[in-house]
Design a protein around this ligand. Sequence first.
Ligand code: AQP
Length: 322
Amino acid sequence: MRRVLSGIQPSGFLHIGNYFGMIKRAIEWQDKAETLYFIADYHALTSIKDPQHLSQYVRKIAMAFLACGLDPAKSIFFRQSAIPEVHELAWILSSITPFGLLERSHSFKDKVAKGLSPTVALFSYPVLMTADILLYQSEIIPVGQDQKQHLEIARDIAKKFNNTFGEVFRIPEPDIQEEVAIIPGIDGQKMSKSYNNTLEIFGDLEEFKRRVMSIKTDSTPIEAPKPTKGSILVALYKLVATDSEYQEFIASMEKGGHGYAYYKKLLLEKLLAYFQPIRERYKELEEKPGYVEEVLADGAYKARMIAQETLTKARRAVGLLD
Ligand code: AQP
């Protein structure tokens, strides 16, 4: 059976870009493959410097993933930091990773441009991510488009290791769904916690409404046809509507006669209806103290067994074990 793995950083609250870009796909894989999903809390240390925030986000992102449909009976769900073996593997991989490969990382440059401090951890993030993937011999990695280059780096490092020390690792493949590769935020840039342009799934409903109503549009007059190509409203509506509803939405915009507020309200209704059952499951989880911790502890136990087996192989291959 193929092995699928993906992670999410607890660096803020879950938004619909995370959901459609990765989580939805990850949930679908549960019935077709062996699946491992984790909360990337070591990675989040590159941006979160407040310990209370970090542990609050870990818990909330874990509940969010479960509410979205992660089934602990089907998937191994764990916290990255519960498996410290990942650091030993990251170190081994660092020793064969060319500096120039990381220097070309767009994500490092983008994050520094957004104001994150250019730490060693931020720079070597792709090596830790490669270790996350290879430690579990993962083959398929569902991610959004922003992770494509990291996956290429992971593949390069895995191949280099296998060529240098013998076949230890499976070579992972990204699983990027074209239609949802980049979900736009309310300002039209990639939806991203650090752009503050997100629609949070489990946040305050009034704020959610306010944000949908403030989605960026142009100044086409009410009666005139509206451009649909490149429209944020159209892109988001498509995610939550049936095919025929989507066609109607487009046709109505192209015809004209309604202002943008009308389409924003239609979108808002659809989004609220789509996420309502997920929000309800989240509320139920909030009332089950200890459950999330139990799930993560059980997942960590299982993940660690796989991790230790792979690490032993890697240690032996490089000469750290006789
Ligand atoms: N806008 C998006 N469209 C499609 N996929 C997205 N993902 C994130 N934003 C979009 C995918 O969600 C998964 C988990 O993301 P992450 O935890 O690695 O966080 P991120 O990509 O760093 O998310 P943000 O909101 O953009 O955070 P910041 O601002 O901290 O960088 C990944 O598979 C990602 O591709």
